[in-house]
Design a protein around this ligand. Structure first.
Ligand SMILES: [Ca+2]
Ligand SMILES: [Ca+2]
Length: 128
């Protein structure tokens, strides 16, 4: 019985270790596409193609190392930020930002200049 418990604990421990390592090194393109396709099955309104996910991956992998770290997955890249702000602006007639102004705003919010807006950086921008 003790041996079984030990084996179980070792298994849980090693699985956690593998996960932590995966997070650290980031997701490969294959894993990203697979995971997103898996998630999209749960959402009938979301039907991404392999190509669009691949484009997404390339856009998010700002350092171009072929892997998406947690930060890269959660943060917003500039083109995405501009697209989203433009969509919001389209619904608000009193707000007419240009791509240039949004690009400048992005640079301003990106306080650590890694080309990504983390959730914290976005939150700090909203407070202003
Ligand atoms: Ca990367
Ligand atoms: Ca940043």
């Amino acid at each position: 019985m003790k041996a079984v418990l030990f084996a179980l604990a070792a298994l849980v421990f090693s699985t956690t270790l593998v996960r932590a390592q995966e997070e650290e090194e980031g997701w490969t393109k294959e894993k990203y596409i697979k995971t997103m396709l898996e998630w999209s099955k749960k959402d009938p309104k979301w039907n991404p193609t392999r190509e669009s996910l691949e484009a997404n991956f390339n856009e998010r992998d700002v350092d171009g190392d072929g892997r998406l770290t947690t930060t890269e997955r959660k943060a917003k890249v500039k083109s995405q930020y501009i697209r989203q702000q433009m969509q919001w602006a389209a619904k608000d007639p009193s707000w007419n930002p240009t791509e240039e102004s949004l690009s400048a705003k992005f640079d301003e919010l990106d306080t650590n200049h890694d080309g990504l807006l983390s959730e914290e950086e976005q939150a700090s921008g909203k407070k202003k």
